[in-house]
Design a protein around this ligand. Structure first.
Ligand SMILES: CC(=O)N[C@H]1[C@@H](OP(=O)(O)OP(=O)(O)OC[C@H]2O[C@@H](n3ccc(=O)[nH]c3=O)[C@H](O)[C@@H]2O)O[C@H](CO)[C@@H](O)[C@@H]1O[C@H](C)C(=O)N[C@@H](C)C(=O)N[C@H](CCC(=O)O)C(=O)O
Ligand SMILES: Nc1ncnc2c1ncn2[C@@H]1O[C@H](COP(=O)(O)OP(=O)(O)OP(=O)(O)O)[C@@H](O)[C@H]1O
Ligand SMILES: N[C@H](CCC[C@H](N)C(=O)O)C(=O)O
Ligand SMILES: [Mg+2]
Length: 487
């Protein structure tokens, strides 16, 4: 595509060099530049893309998009106000506006995005639609898995992925829309059919200055949708978003288990492995059964149902799709090798998630509830004491350990968790090494106990400083139990 075409309609401050040049590739990382690339310079949180322009030109970049004045030859230089936002516009154009041809569903909220997207995918597939998925665990094109390291990819990578989905005849794509992606314009130019709001509780307050900023980032999704917005009105923030969206032209569907809403669940029965409920929609009633425990599974299912209902997917496909789900990796995932006591791995890494999970499983513990968890480094510090207090309140024993300490001192993170747990009567131990923490929990466990290993869920690594080590809670629990002769 010609550079001139890519830049059409953008407010350019200054341009030096030819615009009639063919752009074969677009990149925002100088290390990925190939011949005839457009290199987009982004001022980041760690470094600044403008520092790598020379490097990019040497590798063959023929055009550079900048947001600060640079004077050098060898490539066309285009100066613009906001390169991150412009990248989304250019990427959408370069890949042929792919989201317009997909039924794109966006799910946002603090907790439940991954779980809800997997439910939606399963229902859509049951109804015969080839479905793509973009999210935390991995991306999918039908049943082909694509590794990812972001929940919501950078706009360029996202548009490229959408194009690939179209080439592979995908009908619908369901994606998690993180607050970072909304704040950093990763989903600008995406045309969503349906948007979902699951809930909002404190998280990522290292990135968003206030809870209000966090909410405002999430809210942006609902002004990008054309078919329907789906809102959990049992959530306090959901209620306010619902009120605000009444002025919008996009129709809305609400869901609830407590209040009058469009999609509701009644007669909920929770067991240690499943949930069942009576589904009531404006058009029909059905019995629903899902093989994932916890009251929040009902919420995630209602969100998924509302999406499919708004897309006119038949009730039979909804019920069958939900029934066929075997679980979502690292979300209340039971480790089957254990018989006398239960070991469950879960991705709860926010106060709200941890509280919900502990509440859900505590009632099924015939004996003690033992929790092993820590908090991630280089992330929101305010949640650490709160999570400590929650674990101390619900668990008979907490073993505080490391999550992904990243560049922080693990013992300092643990001390912040300990500040919270000390406010409770809950017993606790501190074992910084996560493998050893899991070992101790297994050694303490007795018949009828439940061990919850929280925070890392599906993750198969642990990040310590800038090193990524292999670490999977599910595998480690089994390995350690074998070493101890417990299984
Ligand atoms: C805060 C944040 O989201 N940062 C993301 C952002 O980084 P950044 O813009 O600060 O980039 P930077 O590292 O400072 O580099 C600036 C620019 O220089 C370029 N560069 C850098 C080095 C070089 O040699 N050459 C070069 O061109 C980089 O490619 C970049 O364009 O853009 C990068 C490239 O896309 C992302 O990898 C990076 O994610 C970081 C690693 C991250 O941890 N993000 C998390 C917080 C995140 O986004 N999480 C949400 C999930 C939240 C949830 O699920 O609750 C997500 O959607 O994944
Ligand atoms: N609707 C919900 N409300 C509260 N907690 C939930 C809900 N659904 C799941 N959880 C809890 O939150 C954890 C994370 O769930 P999930 O991965 O679905 O959320 P997410 O929004 O995708 O998280 P992330 O922001 O990390 O991508 C689960 O392991 C579970 O403990
Ligand atoms: N999407 C979340 C995941 C946190 C998972 C937890 N294991 C951690 O590393 O803090 C984040 O990037 O903040
Ligand atoms: Mg997720």
């Amino acid at each position: 595509m010609l550079l001139k075409e890519l830049l059409q309609g953008l407010e350019i401050k200054k341009i030096s060099g030819r615009q009639e040049i063919s752009i074969e590739n677009i990149v925002y990382d100088s290390r990925k530049v190939t011949k005839n690339s457009l290199f987009i310079c982004i001022k980041g949180f760690k470094t600044d893309g403008h520092l790598y322009i020379r490097d990019a030109i040497e590798k063959g970049a023929s055009a550079i998009l900048v947001e600060e004045e640079v004077n050098l030859g060898g490539a066309t230089v285009v100066e613009i106000e906001n390169t991150r936002k412009s990248m989304a516009i250019i990427a959408n154009r370069f890949y042929g506006e792919p989201s317009k041809s997909l039924d794109l569903i966006g799910v946002t909220g603090t907790n439940g995005k991954t779980s809800t997207t997997y439910m939606i995918k399963k229902i859509l597939e049951t109804s015969g639609k080839k479905t793509g998925l973009v999210g935390t665990i991995s991306n999918w094109i039908g049943d082909v898995k694509i590794e990812t390291d972001r929940t919501t990819p950078e706009s360029l990578d996202l548009q490229k992925l959408f194009k690939r989905m179209l080439q592979e005849n995908v009908d619908c794509c369901v994606m998690e829309v993180s607050s970072h992606s909304l704040a950093l314009d990763r989903v600008e130019e995406c045309q969503f059919k349906v948007g979902v709001f699951t809930n909002l509780t404190p998280e990522h307050l290292d990135f968003h200055a206030t809870l209000e900023d966090y909410k405002n980032a999430k809210k942006k999704l609902f002004y990008k949708t054309v078919l329907c917005n789906i809102i959990n009105i049992d959530d306090e923030v959901g209620k306010t978003i619902y009120q605000e969206l009444r002025r919008s032209t996009t129709p809305m569907l609400t869901y609830s288990i407590k209040e009058k809403a469009d999609i509701i669940a009644e007669n909920i029965v929770l067991s240690i492995k499943t949930v069942t409920f009576d589904l009531i929609t404006p058009k029909y009633k059905e019995k629903v059964e899902i093989n994932i425990p916890g009251i929040f599974t009902v919420y995630n299912a209602l969100a998924a149902i509302a999406v499919c209902y708004s897309m006119d997917i038949g009730a039979n496909h909804i019920v069958e799709g939900l029934r066929s789900i075997k679980g979502v990796a690292g979300r209340l995932e039971p480790i089957e090798e254990f018989a006398d006591f239960a070991v469950i791995v879960d991705y709860a890494h926010t106060p709200d998630a941890l509280e919900n999970v502990l509440k859900s499983i505590k009632k099924f513990a015939k004996n003690k509830l033992i929790t092993v968890f820590g908090c991630g480094g280089d992330r929101d510090q305010t949640k650490r004491p709160i999570m400590g207090e929650i674990s101390g309140s619900y668990s008979d024993l907490t073993i505080i350990t490391s999550d992904n300490p990243r560049t922080e001192n693990p013992m300092e993170i643990i001390a912040m968790v300990e500040d919270g747990i000390r406010k409770t009567l809950g017993k606790y131990d501190i074992i910084e090494n996560r493998r050893e923490a899991i070992r101790l929990a297994l050694k303490y466990a007795e018949k009828g106990d439940i061990i919850l290993i929280a925070g890392k869920g599906h993750e198969t690594y642990q990040i310590i400083n800038d090193n990524v080590f292999e670490f999977d809670d599910r595998k480690v629990a089994v390995e350690v139990a074998k070493e101890e002769g417990l299984i």
